[in-house]
Design a protein around this ligand. Structure first.
Ligand code: C5P
Length: 232
């Protein structure tokens, strides 16, 4: 399994996205398209970016009743993305339904991963607002096991949780880790963060990097720094 830096294309529209991508000239990237861009531009933005030769992680974090998730995934499977996801909080039934919907008649499908707890959620808020009276580690690990049992390929988690997830679910269970910053003072709304080098040391398979690249004065240089620290 190859390690890769996935750039979170959290842009408001196609124009801003294409402006950003043009900076990279012929470099083939792995890009995350999330709700903001997908909801503003629709599936065409996925086709357009794919046509440019980039890989795509479609980050729509599906969470609904199993029947709806299965059918939504069936629609998304036509887009031929490389990776997509659901919320593990939707239960194993829902994750299994998502997997069924995503799988084509020939048995192929994108990598399907589950979101455990968002990296912006602190344990305090999880306890106070969600009434989940466990440690965040216990919740992440339990959700990861559920995802594994449902047949998913891996989870989105904090780099700080990678080692424990691998221990529980096996080394081939993929960990996709956002919450990446070059310096801790740039955390923004992320709570549990690490540097690209630290994520590598902790064994992440993919890091998801948004603002440290997209809001940088020199995005290409910031991307190369991530690749250098995480992959090379
Ligand atoms: O800009 P930043 O590097 O914080 O972007 C992180 C990206 O990863 C965002 O697109 C965010 O939605 C996503 N993400 C996250 N935490 C999760 C799952 C996804 O930050 N648990």
């Amino acid at each position: 399994m190859g390690k890769a830096v996935i750039i979170a294309c959290d842009f408001k529209n196609k124009e801003d996205t294409i402006d950003f991508l043009d900076k990279f000239e012929n470099e083939k990237l792995f890009l995350k398209i999330g709700m903001e861009l997908f909801y503003s531009e629709g599936p065409d933005i996925v086709r357009e970016i794919k046509n440019r030769g980039h890989k795509i992680f479609l980050d729509l974090k599906l969470h609904d009743i199993p029947n709806t998730v299965e059918k939504a995934m069936r629609s998304l499977s036509n887009l031929d993305v490389d990776m997509t996801n659901v919320h593990a909080a939707g239960t194993k039934d829902m994750m299994e339904a998502g997997l069924r919907g995503l799988t084509k008649e020939d048995g192929t499908r994108p990598i399907l991963i589950a979101v455990t707890q968002l990296t912006s959620t602190s344990e305090e808020r999880m306890k106070k607002e969600l009434l989940i009276d466990k440690s965040i580690e216990d919740v992440v690990m339990h959700y990861a096991e559920n995802a594994k049992e449902a047949g998913l390929n891996g989870v989105v988690c904090s780099p700080l949780e990678v080692q424990a997830v691998k221990q529980k679910c096996g080394k081939d269970f993929i960990t996709v880790t956002p919450g990446i910053r070059f310096e801790s003072k740039d955390a923004g709304d992320q709570v549990r963060i690490t540097t690209p080098a630290k994520a590598r040391e902790l064994g992440s398979d993919y890091i998801v990097v948004g603002r440290p690249i997209t809001a940088s004065e020199n995005p290409v240089e910031a991307y190369k720094r991530c690749v250098n620290d995480f992959v090379d």
